[in-house]
Design a protein around this ligand. Structure first.
Ligand code: DAH
Length: 321
């Protein structure tokens, strides 16, 4: 087997041959031809040895890393190499389905971000300064005072500004924002510090709450592939007025009984202050918005009873999908 230092010895030899060759000028003219022939032969010999050595080194590495021949555990590889193909995380697969449903309904999609600020988390959403409602979101904070978003509503202000031109062109703003959110709360079977939400924002001259409920019903019926009973109850969010909690009756096929209602998301008519802050005239335009957890949606669909599975990295759980 060729060693790396064998190669460097050969290269050193080539260098000294080259130095020797340069002396040809100091020789009497009649000796030069013979000298040149000899030294050239030595050079060629070293060059081909170097080429061979380099090839041998390469072959060794290719042999050790022959991933193309690797189909599962075989004798030439240590036994602890897992024969894992890898796959998309179930939440990402489901999120794709969610987005597809909204896209078919005509919504644009904007991705949320994983680090945001006080203005987008609270001020732009009409949370009064120092108001206790701010505590309700159990936000993490970085040393610099930045906030990993506790809900996808942090994107509302940006989306309203970005799509305001739709209104000038006589079109509605219709955007959904999927994203990862973070809350500093005690973790249990129904609470995670990290989870996913999807926000929806709709603004036009004449939209109303009935349309919002129609859109939400349509979404849930498409996602669960069946007709559903829905219900709302009053809620409170500083960024909507009125605010509602949207519920669906847990379908029989998913183990539900009659009257078994589950809260799926928060929603409401966008507060005039939120529109105003984004430069939209609330006396001319109205809007509705909603936001709900993806994890919860998926748990119901697959009958999962512990939200902590999703962030656990537990391969046995992931392999079930
Ligand atoms: N952001 C709220 C939460 O995480 C949910 C929500 C409520 C979003 C009302 C909305 C809304 O857009 O209009 O608790």
């Amino acid at each position: 087997m060729v060693e790396k230092n064998e190669l460097s010895e050969l290269k050193a030899e080539l260098k000294s041959i080259n130095l020797e060759a340069a002396k040809i000028r100091e020789l009497p003219v009649e000796e030069r031809a013979d000298f040149g022939k000899k030294i050239n032969a030595r050079r060629q010999d070293i060059l081909s040895k170097i080429a061979e050595a380099e090839k041998a080194l390469l072959d060794v590495e290719v042999e050790a890393l022959d991933v193309t021949a690797w189909s599962g555990v075989n004798e030439s590889l240590p036994e602890f190499y897992p024969a894992e193909l890898g796959s998309k995380h179930p939440l990402m697969t489901e999120l794709d389905r969610v987005i597809e449903i909204y896209e078919l309904m005509g919504f644009d999609v904007v991705e949320s971000r994983q680090l945001d600020d006080e203005f987008h988390m609270f001020d732009s959403l009409n949370f009064p300064k120092e108001h206790p409602a701010r505590d309700g979101y159990d936000t993490f904070r970085t040393e610099e005072g930045l906030i990993p978003p506790a809900h996808t509503s942090t994107m509302q202000h940006r989306v309203l500004k970005q799509f305001k031109k739709n209104l000038d062109n006589g079109q509605a703003i219709a955007v959904v924002v999927p994203g990862r959110v973070f809350r500093n709360e005690d973790v249990d079977a129904t609470h995670e510090h990290t989870f996913y939400q999807c926000e929806g924002v709709y603004v036009s001259e004449d939209c109303n709450m009935g349309q919002m409920l129609g859109i939400l019903r349509e979404f849930f019926e498409k996602y669960y592939e069946q007709k559903l009973n829905i219900r709302t109850q009053p809620g409170y969010f500083p960024f909507t007025e009125p605010s509602l909690e949207f519920m669906i009756e847990k379908p029989k096929s998913l183990g539900g009984k009659k009257g078994d209602y589950l809260e799926m998301l928060g929603c409401g008519m966008i507060h005039p202050n939120v529109l105003k802050m984004a430069g939209i005239d609330p006396s001319k335009y109205h809007g509705f918005a909603w936001g709900g957890g993806i994890d919860r949606l998926v748990m119901l669909r697959y009958g999962l009873n512990d939200v902590r599975h999703f962030e656990s990295g537990n391969l046995n759980f992931l392999r079930e999908f």
